[in-house]
Design a protein around this ligand. Structure first.
Ligand SMILES: Cc1cc2nc3c(=O)[nH]c(=O)nc-3n(C[C@H](O)[C@H](O)[C@H](O)COP(=O)(O)O)c2cc1C
Length: 355
């Protein structure tokens, strides 16, 4: 993997310069708990919030949604909306928080988002996206980026993709993250829209060829660091979504690969230990145990003991007092680590699960 340098960016936010790896924004996945868990695995991967709509942020409890934990940066806030002035107000709210960038969602095809006129539907309105980016940049005072599709129904040619990126880059968008397939606004669910339209990574390469000075990232079914590395030689970044949810330890080797110093990848036990203090604190604050345990579900994915781990987590009594929940979590990790160690000593699963 290319070895990017860490430099200090405006407002003291660490920035990885050069090609970057990130975990995609995912609703009901990349909440604060998941992000804190990820930070116990990797500090060099960029993280995104779930999409926050302008409507949700401009309510009374909006500012609370923008809270950033000190461990989270580099972190990007993803906004959903199509009204430049509402987006500017949200960008102003985000300005004093530790977000490195703002990102506009131009890729979500869900019916509710579509009926709001934003998400992937905005690919039909490049001039409006340009207005949104301008308004967000002016209010935020730092980089604004766009996550989008190759196209949507009725606007699917490579020429219209170039027109879209050209118009939005001219408005000051600092980076484009391209989910390398079109979105079908009618006839497919969001889930199908992540599977059915064929992936066209060649279009992302062609887009980069067309705009060599514009940072362009690829997203879509990237499932290993080796695959990511191949793209990082040619493009400006790789964004990984579902594989991060389904196997977060995929990212355990990132820091050691990009860091000039020697960094030992964390073990699963260390990751749980790091997350444990967050979990204890949040349980005291009254956060739902369900939400807090959710990010841990797939920690042993691909390893001996994965199913045992999920079952042990499911057995944790969500109604117990916080210290009992933490003790049950400790018991679960002990149980699975014993199994894991036995499997390792019998050299089972060593190709998929080295820690
Ligand atoms: C459960 C789930 C929720 C998602 N929520 C968002 C979101 O809030 N904003 C967004 O831009 N994309 C969202 N996406 C799309 C992902 O960011 C990503 O573009 C897509 O999953 C393709 O990448 P992958 O193949 O690596 O998963 C979501 C995807 C999933 C699976």
């Amino acid at each position: 993997m290319h070895r990017p340098a860490l430099v200090s960016a405006p407002r003291g936010i660490p920035q990885v310069v050069g090609p970057r790896l990130s975990v995609a924004p995912m609703m009901n996945v990349t909440d604060r708990h998941f992000r804190v868990l990820m930070r116990g695995i990797t500090t060099r991967t960029w993280l995104y919030t779930e999409m926050l709509t302008t409507a949700s942020l401009l309510q009374d409890r909006g500012p609370a949604l923008l809270q950033v934990e000190p461990v989270e940066p580099p972190l990007v806030l993803q906004l959903g909306g199509d009204d430049p002035s509402a987006l500017a107000r949200c960008a102003t709210m985000a300005r004093r928080r530790a977000y490195a960038e703002l990102n506009l969602n131009v890729g979500c095809p869900s019916a509710s988002v579509r009926s709001g006129g934003f998400g992937a539907a905005l690919m039909l309105r490049p001039a409006r996206v340009a207005d949104c980016v301008r308004a967000m940049s002016d209010a935020f005072g730092a980089r604004v980026t766009v996550k989008h599709r190759l196209g949507v129904d009725g606007r699917e040619s490579f020429q219209s993709l170039i027109d879209f990126v050209g118009a939005v880059a001219a408005a000051g968008a600092a980076r484009f993250i391209v989910h390398a397939r079109v979105a079908r606004l009618s006839g497919l669910s969001p889930r199908q829209n992540r599977q059915v339209p064929p992936l066209r990574p060649d279009w992302v390469h062609a887009l980069k060829g067309w705009f060599p000075h514009v940072p362009i990232e690829i997203n879509g079914e990237i499932r290993s660091l080796a695959q990511a590395e191949r793209y990082l030689h040619q493009l400006d970044g790789v964004m990984i979504g579902r594989a991060a949810r389904e196997a977060p330890m995929l990212f355990a080797d990132v820091d050691s690969r990009v860091s000039p110093e020697r960094v030992e990848p964390p073990t699963r036990r260390q990751v749980v230990r790091r997350y444990r203090s967050w979990l204890s604190r949040e349980l005291v604050a009254g956060t739902s145990p369900l939400l807090l345990l959710r990010p841990l579900q797939h920690l042993y994915s691909g390893c001996p003991g994965a199913r045992r781990w999920r079952r042990a987590l499911a057995r944790i009594d969500r109604h117990s007092p916080g210290d009992t929940i933490v003790r049950q979590l400790d018991d679960a990790i002990d149980e699975v680590e014993r199994l894991h160690a036995t499997a390792r000593s019998h050299r089972l699963g060593e190709t998929v699960c080295v820690r």
